[in-house]
Design a protein around this ligand. Structure first.
Ligand SMILES: Nc1ncnc2c1ncn2[C@@H]1O[C@H](COP(=O)(O)OP(=O)(O)O)[C@@H](O)[C@H]1O
Ligand SMILES: [Mg+2]
Length: 276
């Protein structure tokens, strides 16, 4: 079976591209602002995510993480600022081009009555109201791609299983396979492990990091748990009151950076940030 993201010219014995340390910018956010009822939710946010990079966005509840991600995914129009994917302004992207941004949600957002494979095929339609356009008329190439994406997330054996019979961790893997089937430049994951137990969370974060490093997709992922961000992310962006207060390599995200984000009283040794 063909891997979903073979990269020409890169030596890849398993069909996937070799990890490299950095790539071209996949996401470039400049001066992004969005207010609700006159109250800023994000305020002049700038952020870059490169190919092969796994960026964690940390911040307390209400910091603006979901608002930022909804703007980047094209689900919410910002009041000001630019969002570019691979150099292209998202406000100019239409139809199939929008599939360059894939979204993974906390609650998986699968169609329960469809199989894992059918849910992944829905990724070929784009994530916006994907199954409304459902016709079951997919090409052989699309079906092979869907199977290859399920294989990538370790769920080939569950391809024909209904989504609602899968565990939470498996459902999130199907959602990641669905994102991969879009052949995205960027995956936006909003709290993808917030509904999962710690062990399952680790396996999902390992999968996401592996996809970024190996396939060259840029991934931006919001997390509550600081220790997960430090363990899995390449870079940590801290949001506080809608503003970026930290943007540092994960290894440099030390107690001072933690205190800057959560306040000096917070316990840097504790694993949890506050929950929504
Ligand atoms: N649709 C909305 N209408 C009004 N206020 C909103 C809406 N979405 C978010 N907000 C407000 O914007 C701020 C940021 O929220 P959000 O982006 O959800 O933060 P986070 O995901 O970091 O918890 C909060 O004060 C929240 O109440
Ligand atoms: Mg949120």
């Amino acid at each position: 079976m063909t891997a979903p993201f073979p990269t020409p010219g890169v030596d890849a014995p398993n069909g996937f591209a070799r990890p490299v340390l950095s790539g071209p910018p996949r996401l470039d956010v400049r001066g992004l602002s969005k207010a609700f009822g006159g109250v800023p939710a994000i305020d002049n946010v700038s952020l870059t995510v490169r190919g092969h990079e796994f960026v964690a966005v940390l911040g307390p509840s209400g910091a603006g993480k979901t608002t930022l991600f909804r703007c980047v995914a094209g689900l919410l129009a910002p009041d000001a600022g630019d969002i570019r994917i691979g150099g292209r302004d998202i406000s100019e992207m239409r139809g199939a081009e929008r599939r360059r941004i894939a979204v993974v949600f906390q609650q998986f957002n699968l169609v329960n009555r469809l199989t894992a494979m059918e849910n992944v095929l829905a990724g070929r339609l784009g994530y916006v109201a994907a199954w409304r356009g459902w016709t079951r008329r997919f090409t052989r190439a699309d079906r092979l791609l869907a199977l290859s994406c399920l294989d990538r997330v370790g769920l080939l054996a569950q391809a024909m299983q209904r989504a609602d019979t899968l565990s939470g961790g498996q459902q999130q893997r199907v959602a990641i396979a669905r994102a991969l089937a879009q052949r995205p430049d960027l995956i936006v994951a909003d709290e993808p492990v917030a509904s999962l137990d710690p062990q399952t969370s680790v396996s999902v974060l390992e999968l996401l990091r592996g996809i970024a490093h190996t396939e060259g997709v840029g991934i931006v992922c919001s997390l509550h748990q600081v220790h997960f961000a430090r363990a899995y992310a390449d870079r940590i962006v801290g949001l506080m009151g809608g503003k970026v207060v930290v943007d540092a390599p994960a290894a440099a995200f030390d107690e001072a950076a933690f205190a800057n984000l959560y306040g000096p009283q917070a316990d840097a040794g504790s694993s949890e940030g506050r929950r929504d």
